[in-house]
Design a protein around this ligand. Structure first.
Ligand code: IPT
Length: 270
């Protein structure tokens, strides 16, 4: 049998690690995996990607494309009786999902910075079209409000290191001087580290940096990146297991799973 994986751009580090894990675990269980990729999040693209998988007669589908309530219904409708599992939705949705709690992870990152005494914090978000980017931002704001702190700047990136680089440069050229920058993912933080280095701003002495994801490369950024870890191997494994369970027992009531995030303190924060 075959599992379909509908995913966002796998040239991004996080979705590629999830795809790798899905493939490894499915194959261990003797299932093959076909991948269809969406480069953006329009409704039409989702239709297209799901149909591409259905045409290949997949027996179940994992969707790692940010999906709002309307898109969830749309996808479930297209799939009819083929089980679907989502990986980037609001945990409050009632569909079958395996995810980490981005709101919780966002809170952990800001709380870490506040514990080090930071009150002048700049936020670089992911694209607002992404469910998890919005949830991380909610978590940041919630943690800041708890300590009556307002962010000194909020900028929207697109998950890429190029956007992190450009936004960090712009931030430092403006009159705002944060003592910490909180990025919604490690790739944008990677671009930020290079921008700070070029501006001869010392990390973490002058500016602390925190990312989100803990992809396999993040420990090898310079300096090694403090970040919020998602366990991509476990996410992929659990997604495969839950989906197979649903495929093999369609009538059973399978519950969604939220995996914990954790702070990984390295050398970019003080
Ligand atoms: C999410 C990553 O955290 C982020 O860095 C980016 O790659 C994004 O995916 C792309 O959609 S992880 C996702 C399972 C919420």
């Amino acid at each position: 049998s075959t599992i379909g994986l509908a995913t966002t751009d796998i040239s991004l580090h996080a979705p590629s690690q999830i795809a790798a894990s899905v493939k490894v675990h499915a194959e261990e269980l003797k299932y093959s995996v076909v991948i269809a990729m969406a480069k953006n999040q329009s409704l039409n693209i989702i239709d297209h990607v799901i149909n591409e998988l259905l045409e290949q007669r997949v027996d179940g589908i994992i969707v790692n494309i940010p999906s709002n309530s309307q898109q969830i219904i749309q996808i479930q409708h297209l799939c009819r009786n083929i089980p679907v599992l989502f990986m980037d939705v609001d945990p409050k949705e009632s569909c079958l999902s395996v995810m980490t709690d981005s709101r919780e992870g966002g809170q952990q990152g800001i709380t870490h910075l506040i514990e080090f005494g930071h009150t002048s914090i700049a936020l670089i978000t992911g694209p607002q079209s992404s469910v998890s980017a919005r949830l991380r931002f909610d978590g940041w704001i919630k943690a800041l409000q708890k300590h009556r702190i307002s962010p000194i700047s909020i900028q929207e990136g697109d998950w890429s290191s190029a956007s992190g680089y450009a936004l960090t440069k712009a931030l430092c050229y403006s009159h705002q001087h944060p003592t910490a920058i909180c990025f919604a993912n490690d790739q944008m933080a990677l671009g930020g580290l290079r921008a700070l280095h070029e501006l001869r701003i010392q990390i973490p002495e002058q500016i602390s940096v925190i990312g989100y994801d803990d992809t396999e490369d993040s420990a090898f950024f310079y300096p090694p990146l403090t970040t919020i870890a998602q366990d991509f191997k476990e996410l992929g494994k659990q997604a495969v297991e839950k989906l197979l369970h649903k495929m093999n027992a369609p009538e059973s009531n399978i519950s969604s799973l939220v995996l914990p995030t954790s702070l990984v303190k390295r050398e970019t924060s003080t």
